[in-house]
Design a protein around this ligand. Sequence first.
Ligand code: AMP
Length: 218
Amino acid sequence: MRKYVVMGVQGSGKGTQSQMLAADFDLVHISVGDIFRWHVQSHTKLGAQVRRIMAAGDLVGDDLVESVVRDRLQQHDWNYGFIVDGFPRNPRQAEFFLESYDIDGVIHLDLPDEEVHRRVLARRLCRNCGMDYNLIAHRPQEENRCDVCGGVLVTREDDTEEALAARLRDYHGKTNPVLDIFQRKEFVVTVDARADKGTVQNAIRKALRLPGYGQVRA
Ligand code: AMP
């Protein structure tokens, strides 16, 4: 059983790296942002509660976030473990999490703010299937069309200059203290997130003493 948390500013590759790790080690990838986006797209009551907050780049209230995380983990579909992405984002969420779960490692993806701007403003999402693209690193074959389903590519509502500036402020102000809490328990591995995704994945696995990328299955 492996239980990890991945932390990093927007655009640092949390989703991509989590998925790569989850696929090879049969972990359940739990992205709090994806859960909220699903609710917004599906027009649920929860979606209506969080839509504006998310679009402004602000953080959703702790009670709501904690109940979403608790409900998700209570499904107990994670026989081999999980990787939580985008949570905890402030000290209170970190305390809540540590009270309920012991964690094997916190992966901190380190990316300078200038690179965050460059990456995030180039990010696109398929409106239909949710596939991620990036006009710098992962362009679709046909402009503005999803390679998988042909859906139209859109910009995430919170990927604007203003929302990004708010998120970066929040991140540095609130999330860094979370890293301090985890660091005191000595299970943070910090990885330089500027490299290509395979290199970053290998660096994560080396730091966590896991088999390298591409070595898990024949
Ligand atoms: P993400 O995809 O992780 O960037 O999350 C998108 C948005 O969902 C954030 O900008 C917040 O509005 C909300 N969100 C995700 N995770 C959290 C969290 N742990 N605490 C509060 N809000 C969150």
